[in-house]
Design a protein around this ligand. Structure first.
Ligand code: FES
Length: 168
């Protein structure tokens, strides 16, 4: 066999291997694209309805819940849920003696969540509360007026023992 024939065979082998390799790579790319199309492009978010536990765990006044970014406000036997997200640029507001204050740009809100000063353009939203099987549930995806409340049992007070000198 001549040297030119060997070079020709080598070139043919290379071209054939490149064609087969390209075809296999194309099949894998197509299979990946098809498989990926079965998985939807969805942004998974936490559920809007959250369990908050027993209503008796909330004392009088506002209680901040960091995970939900809300205040559960108890007034006697009624509960309400107020968003702690400032309506200006979304900072977390803090509770004060009479209302709420945003530390970022100084907006103030009264005890009903109404903006009273600063750049906040609107009141803090209230979220509906429901009681299911003894568990308080807040719906962060819905809003209600500030006068919508939920009647809930009061926290249990610790009893003082009247008996003295007993170990029971
Ligand atoms: S983010 Fe609250 S005042 Fe700007």
């Amino acid at each position: 066999m001549s040297e030119g024939g060997t070079k020709e065979q080598s070139r043919r082998w290379f071209l054939r291997a490149a064609a087969v390799g390209g075809a296999v790579a194309g099949c894998f790319a197509h299979a990946y694209a098809w498989t990926r199309s079965l998985v939807p492009n969805v942004l998974y978010e936490p559920p809007k309805k959250r369990k908050l536990g027993a209503p008796t765990r909330f004392p009088e006044g506002p209680t901040y819940l960091q995970e939900e970014k809300i205040f559960v406000v108890r007034t006697g036997a009624t509960l309400r849920a107020l968003s702690a997200i400032c309506t200006h640029l979304g900072c977390t507001v803090g509770a004060e003696e009479k209302g709420f204050h945003c530390p970022c740009h100084g907006s103030s809100f009264d005890d009903k969540g109404v903006n009273t000063s600063g750049p906040a353009p609107r009141p803090l939203p209230w979220h509906p509360l429901t009681l299911r099987a003894g568990t308080l549930i807040v719906d962060l995806g819905a809003e209600v007026g500030p006068d919508v409340t939920l009647d809930a049992p009061l926290p249990k007070r610790k009893r003082r023992s009247r008996r003295k000198g007993t170990n029971k």
